[in-house]
Design a protein around this ligand. Sequence first.
Ligand SMILES: *[C@@H]1O[C@H](CO)[C@@H](O)[C@H](O)[C@H]1NC(C)=O
Ligand SMILES: *[C@@H]1O[C@H](CO)[C@@H](O)[C@H](O)[C@H]1NC(C)=O
Length: 371
Amino acid sequence: MAALNVAWRRSVIAVAVLLGFFGFTLFFFPATVPEDLHGRIPFSGDKSPVEPAHAETSADDLSFINIVRALWKPLAVDITQKSFTDREGNVHTMGKAPYYTKKLGKKLVILDVDTRPLDKEGEVNAPEAPTWENLHHLSAGIMSHYLYAKIHGYDYKFIRSPEYDYQQGGWTKVLMSHELMKSYDWVVTVDSDAEFTSPELPLEWMMNYWNFTSKTAIAMANDPAGEPNFDSKHNVVLNTGFFFSQAKAPKVEEIYKKWGDCTTGKEYEECTKWTYESFREQTAFSEHIRYDFPEEGVIVALPCAQANGFPEAAGSGCTGQFLKHFWTEKNLSKRQLADGIMQAVVPQLYSSFKDSVVDWHMKSVKGNEIW
Ligand SMILES: *[C@@H]1O[C@H](CO)[C@@H](O)[C@H](O)[C@H]1NC(C)=O
Ligand SMILES: *[C@@H]1O[C@H](CO)[C@@H](O)[C@H](O)[C@H]1NC(C)=O
């Protein structure tokens, strides 16, 4: 058994070392957008759902996924673990008994939505697969979400979205997140310049820590509490760079309907300007939608320190303890991807390396031999 384990570990390590040091290629699957999405989607529409990836497809894919799982197996944090120490050394302890005790697996999808072509060298839609050298920083972010999904067994979709007349840029995130809620219990929408700080920390742990329940419709990261991040009521705005949507939450359809239709100006006259003006869907949500759902626990604001920012953004107080959002120095996302992988590779590399250490340091020399 022990010998088998060692052999297995060695083969994992061999691939892991290759993966870590000579670059790697990840496969990702752009979800096909149903034909009938080419136009404005009424938020009450009944559209055909996206197929969740219930089974992995090719043999190559399977072996890569197995490597990923094997690499993170010793590290993955239990979803009910009482406390977690982040990379900066802060200890986060659950405030109450965990609400989620079973993994969500493929009931949860991590979603990237992008309207940009991203087809230049090193980008995710380029004709040639990226190398580690030419990998674009946004590709690093996007593929890190895929990697994270595979570590924890979630589903993952990258949707290359067209821009619709009234739903451009970030607005397509609202549209696509809503669309995927037809196929999943949870949709976790992440921007390409955001990355999970500790890939071993599962979302269910965070959801327990942040006190999510069956009532939680949307949870979204707070922005740093400073200018220009206040709305007209001087409340700090929420950032759509990282948000959870729960398909079965009682209020979620109502929230999405109001949000998706916000720029028509029918319900919120002033919302029309957020069709094209920054920060579009984000400002619309913070200025209007959230105030219509004041009931505690329906719209949850995630602490900025944990779910936004990055340590190099000095002074904001938001260091991305669980999720880093590189608003400015976007090139840090490539380093973050490498850091996340190395956290898993180094302990296994070391433990495998230890098997080859011959400890002769106490031996003495007699002639040409050691004793
Ligand atoms: C979760 O609930 C507990 C108990 O009510 C509370 O102490 C804790 O601050 C809450 N956590 C968050 C992140 O809101
Ligand atoms: C990122 O870019 C900035 C300048 O734009 C540079 O100063 C910094 O060294 C770069 N960081 C990395 C990790 O490449």
